[in-house]
Design a protein around this ligand. Sequence first.
Ligand SMILES: NC(=O)c1ccc[n+]([C@@H]2O[C@H](COP(=O)([O-])OP(=O)(O)OC[C@H]3O[C@@H](n4cnc5c(N)ncnc54)[C@H](OP(=O)(O)O)[C@@H]3O)[C@@H](O)[C@H]2O)c1
Length: 200
Amino acid sequence: MRIVLIGASGTIGKAVANELGERHELITAGRHSGDLRMDVTDPASIRMAFEQAGAFDAVVSCTGHTTWKPFVEMTAEDYRFGVNDKLMGQVNLVLIGREYISDGGSFTLSTGVTDHDPVPMGSSASMVANALSGFVMAAATEMPRGQRINVVSPGVIEEAMADYGPFFRGHCPVPAARAALGYAKSVEGLQSGQTFRILG
Ligand SMILES: NC(=O)c1ccc[n+]([C@@H]2O[C@H](COP(=O)([O-])OP(=O)(O)OC[C@H]3O[C@@H](n4cnc5c(N)ncnc54)[C@H](OP(=O)(O)O)[C@@H]3O)[C@@H](O)[C@H]2O)c1
């Protein structure tokens, strides 16, 4: 397969690139990294990157930011940041990518363990993750041309504990290489509409 991988330079993206790169051709994309320049918060840049990518069979998204703050300090603007970035950034990858991807192609998005296990300062992450799960569940039933869509929901990543550890006390970290298997299952398997949870 030819796979467009967004966020290949990140903690999870690097492991996904190692896993899928063994068997497939990767076209990597990011704002400042990868083969193609793409900012998922900018639909025009998504379209341009897909046009430059040539034919492809899968889109894998390993990107998405939300605001991490105590709930009492969260503002509407803070939630809007996560909605524009992690939620609509990944939704727009699907809305635009479905025009370009091959018949039977797949989309794989990223959420995280906060979809069912809330953590301190993670209310935006939980909100966005559940919105994405709902989107994937419903979109899967209406995807055109045999296309599939899933989301991978990893636990906190071992390699990211220096940054995220304080939010995830009591959680068992997941090595990025193990999280990457969820993405392989989505891309190389047959399921659609699923949330693949990879927990420690
Ligand atoms: N790290 C964890 O413990 C963990 C656990 C569970 C779930 N997740 C989720 O998994 C996803 C990836 O997390 P990560 O920790 O691997 O991220 P990361 O290390 O911060 O890497 C993010 C990657 O995405 C690219 N990127 C960032 N903003 C972008 C944008 N607007 N448009 C296109 N590309 C963009 C970055 O490259 P450029 O800088 O070149 O754009 C980079 O390659 C996120 O949704 C995160 O919430 C992470």
